[in-house]
Design a protein around this ligand. Structure first.
Ligand code: ZN
Length: 279
């Protein structure tokens, strides 16, 4: 069985340089995770993605929209295009080195021709397409990755598997069709049900026989998260990390992980727990 290397953290420092007053998607989220992991992992930098990388997943119209700051969305304020490009570049780098892209803005609500939900470009899809290998995208953010689903639909080399809360924004992901496997779970879902469903989700991962497992990792499944209503506890993340890590190791699957959501002040501890279980 192939030896799977330990996770390297891809951290493009500039990703904490922008801040929208009062917005939950703040630089503090990344800083908290950085502080929790800095002593335990190797960190590397990343460069912004190129236009040709973005066009692997998005329309030219959408690329121009972000580049020209020609959009309006309450949740997704206008920012310098450098930051979404940098975050996509960070995911691309992570995909090459079994890494964790510790960056912002997140990406899984950005579709082929739309932005929303704090997401401008779909980082995990761009990195997956750039790598060009048979991949399962496992989405563990509490919100359904409607943008990811939009982009990968009909792609025979990619399977999308998501566990998410319903009802909750964006309201999609209620059924499974073709290369999309969705597990909508009710508010107040706790560790027992979550882990049971995660095991089912991981069966889909294994059955697809991927070369790569790409993980959209959100920490907004935590009981104290202000934007959602799941009830996972701090120790749950170690168990989640272990279940996913066991599959990666047992089947010799390469992987990369991309930060999506998570808005509580505990996000650093939750990330550390995940990686303690995962490695
Ligand atoms: Zn989320």
């Amino acid at each position: 069985m192939a030896q799977i290397p330990q996770t390297t953290i891809v951290f493009p420092k500039d990703c904490i340089k922008y801040c929208i007053e009062g917005h939950p998607e703040s630089p503090k989220r990344v800083e908290l995770i950085y502080n929790a992991l800095i002593d335990k992992f190797e960190f590397v930098d990343a460069k912004p993605a190129k236009k040709e990388d973005i066009l692997l997943c998005h329309t030219e119209e959408h690329y121009n929209r972000v580049l020209n700051k020609d959009y309006f969305d309450w949740d997704t304020p206008v920012i310098e295009p450098y930051y979404p490009l940098l975050s996509a570049g960070s995911a691309i780098k992570a995909a090459k080195i079994n890494g964790f892209s510790l960056s912002r803005p997140p990406g899984h609500h950005a579709g082929r021709n739309f932005l929303e939900g704090f997401c401008y470009f779909n980082n995990i899809c761009i990195a997956t397409k750039k790598l060009g290998k048979r991949t399962v995208i496992l989405d563990l953010d509490v919100h359904h990755g409607n943008g990811t689903e939009d982009i990968v639909f009909g792609d025979e080399d990619i399977l999308y598997v998501s566990i998410h809360q319903h009802p909750l924004y964006p309201g999609t992901g209620l059924e499974s069709r073709e290369n999309r496997v969705n597990f909508p779970l009710p508010p107040q879902t706790g560790e027992d049900l979550y882990l049971k469903i995660l095991k089912k989700a991981l069966e889909h991962v294994v059955d697809f026989k991927p070369e790569v497992l790409a993980i959209s990792l959100g920490f907004d499944t935590y009981i104290g998260d202000p934007l959602a209503n799941f009830a996972l506890k701090e120790e749950s993340y170690e168990k989640i990390g272990k279940l996913v890590g066991d599959v990666v190791n047992e089947f010799g699957i390469n992987y990369f992980i991309v930060l999506e959501g998570g808005y509580s002040s505990k996000i650093g501890d939750l990330a550390l727990k995940f990686f303690e279980g995962f490695l």
